[in-house]
Design a protein around this ligand. Structure first.
Ligand SMILES: Nc1ncnc2c1ncn2[C@@H]1O[C@H](COP(=O)(O)OP(=O)(O)OP(=O)(O)O)[C@@H](O)[C@H]1O
Ligand SMILES: [Mg+2]
Length: 328
C-alpha cells in the first residue's frame, strides 16, 4: 500500500516515517522508503552515514531513465520527452512492483540494513522552495508521482513516502496517489492549520487523511488535538526520550522504543492495512487521468508541443486486471 507522511516543517514527519518503516521492516514486510521531503533526512533517520546519504542517487536526476522504462511499449506515448509527471500508464506501459529488480531500482534505490530487517530507499534529491509549486515536467517530486502511478502493490507491501505538505503535491495530484496519508501534527495552532489546509484540498478527492499527533505531552495536548481535528485524529506519539537518544547520535535498537510509542506504530500499520482494503482501482485511475488532463491544459501541452490528452488509454485501469492487460 501507498502511504504518505506530511505535515508542517519540524512536526516529526521524518522521525515518524522512519520509525514506521522500521516497524514494518521488523515484521518482515517488504518496504520501499521514499524521501520526498524538502530536507532530505530520511536516509540518515534510517541509519545511513552522512557519506552514504550523500551518495544516494536522486530520482530527479534519473527522470529520463524512469520515463523511458515506464513508457515501455505504450503506443500512446511516443517518447520519454513527451511524458510529463502525470502521464498515466496504459496498455504497453511497464508497471512496477515493490519486490522485483528493475532498471529504475537498479539506478536509484539503495538497500538500507536496519537493526531488524532492511528496506529499499529512494530519494528525490534535495530541492529548494523554488522547486515547489512549479508545474514542471522535470520536477523532482514528479518522479515519485510517476512511480506511484505505475505501481502495482500487494497487501503487506508498503511504499512509504516522507513528504512535504507543499503546494507542489496539490498542483500535480500527488496528494491523491496514496491509500492513506498521515498528517503529523504537533498540538499547536500551526500544526493544526496545516491539517486544515490539507483537508480542504483533500476532501474533493476522497483522500484518506488521518492525523497523527506528535510530541504530545499529556491530556491537555491530546484534548486540544481532539477538539481541533475531531475524528480525523488517529493516535498520538508522545515526546520520546528514545528519539532524543537518536538525535544525540546513539543507535538505540527499535525494540527499546517506549512501548506506548511502539503501540502507536502498530496503530498506524492497522490503519494502513484497513485503507488498502478500501481502495478503488477505478477511482484511482480516473483521478490520475483527471490530473493529467488538468496539467496538460495548464502547462503540459504548450511545454511539450502536443495534445497530451492523447496519452490517455481509456481501456486501462491500474490494478490487478490492469496489470495483466499491461503486460507485454
Ligand atoms: N516524539 C518526539 N520526541 C522527541 N523529539 C522528537 C519527536 N518527534 C520529533 N522529534 C524531534 O523534532 C525534530 C524535528 O523532527 P523531524 O526532523 O522528524 O521533523 P520533520 O517534520 O521531518 O522536519 P523537516 O520539515 O525539517 O523535514 C527532530 O529534532 C526530532 O528529533
Ligand atoms: Mg523531515
Amino acid at each position: 500500500m501507498k502511504i504518505a507522511f506530511v505535515g508542517k516543517g519540524g512536526s516529526g514527519k521524518t522521525t515518524l516515517s522512519a520509525l514506521f518503516i522500521r516497524h514494518l521492516a521488523a515484521a518482515g514486510s517488504p518496504v520501499i522508503a521514499v524521501d520526498a521531503d524538502i530536507n532530505q533526512h530520511l536516509g540518515p533517520a534510517l541509519g545511513l552515514s552522512d557519506d552514504q546519504a550523500e551518495r544516494m542517487p536522486s530520482l530527479g536526476a534519473h527522470l529520463p531513465l524512469i520515463k523511458d522504462y515506464l513508457r515501455g511499449g505504450n503506443p500512446l506515448i511516443r517518447s520519454g520527452e513527451e511524458m510529463i509527471k502525470t502521464t498515466p500508464p496504459g496498455r504497453g506501459s511497464r508497471l512496477l512492483r515493490i519486490v522485483e529488480e528493475n532498471p529504475v531500482y537498479a539506478a536509484c534505490a539503495r538497500p538500507v540494513a536496519l537493526d531488524e530487517g532492511s528496506v529499499r530507499l529512494l530519494a528525490t534529491g534535495a530541492f529548494t522552495e523554488d522547486d515547489l509549486g512549479v508545474a514542471c515536467y522535470h520536477s523532482k517530486v514528479g518522479a515519485v508521482e510517476l512511480l506511484l502511478n505505475h505501481l502495482v502493490d500487494g497487501p503487506d507491501e508498503y511504499f512509504v513516502t516522507d513528504m512535504t505538505a507543499g503546494s507542489d503535491s496539490f498542483a500535480s495530484g500527488l496528494f491523491t496517489r496514496f491509500d492513506l496519508t498521515f498528517l503529523v501534527a504537533e498540538p499547536t495552532r500551526k500544526g493544526v492549520s496545516v491539517y486544515r489546509q490539507y483537508k480542504e484540498y483533500a476532501q474533493d478527492f476522497g483522500v484518506r487523511l488521518r492525523v497523527v499527533g506528535n510530541k504530545v505531552e499529556g491530556p491537555d495536548d491530546l484534548a486540544f488535538l481532539r477538539r481541533e481535528v475531531g475524528d480525523d485524529l488517529l493516535t498520538a506519539f508522545g515526546h520520546s526520550d528514545w528519539v532524543r537518544r537518536l538525535e544525540r547520535g546513539e543507535e538505540p535498537p527499535l525494540r527499546s522504543l517506549e512501548p506506548a510509542n511502539r503501540a502507536v506504530l502498530e496503530q498506524l500499520r492497522a490503519a494502513a492495512d484497513e485503507a488498502y482494503g478500501l481502495r478503488d482501482p477505478h477511482r484511482y485511475t480516473e483521478q490520475a487521468v483527471h490530473f493529467h488532463l488538468r496539467n496538460a491544459e495548464s502547462w503540459g501541452n504548450s511545454k511539450v508541443g502536443i495534445d497530451l490528452a492523447t496519452q490517455v488509454d481509456p481501456e486501462f485501469v491500474l490494478g490487478a486486471e490492469g496489470a495483466e492487460a499491461a503486460r507485454v
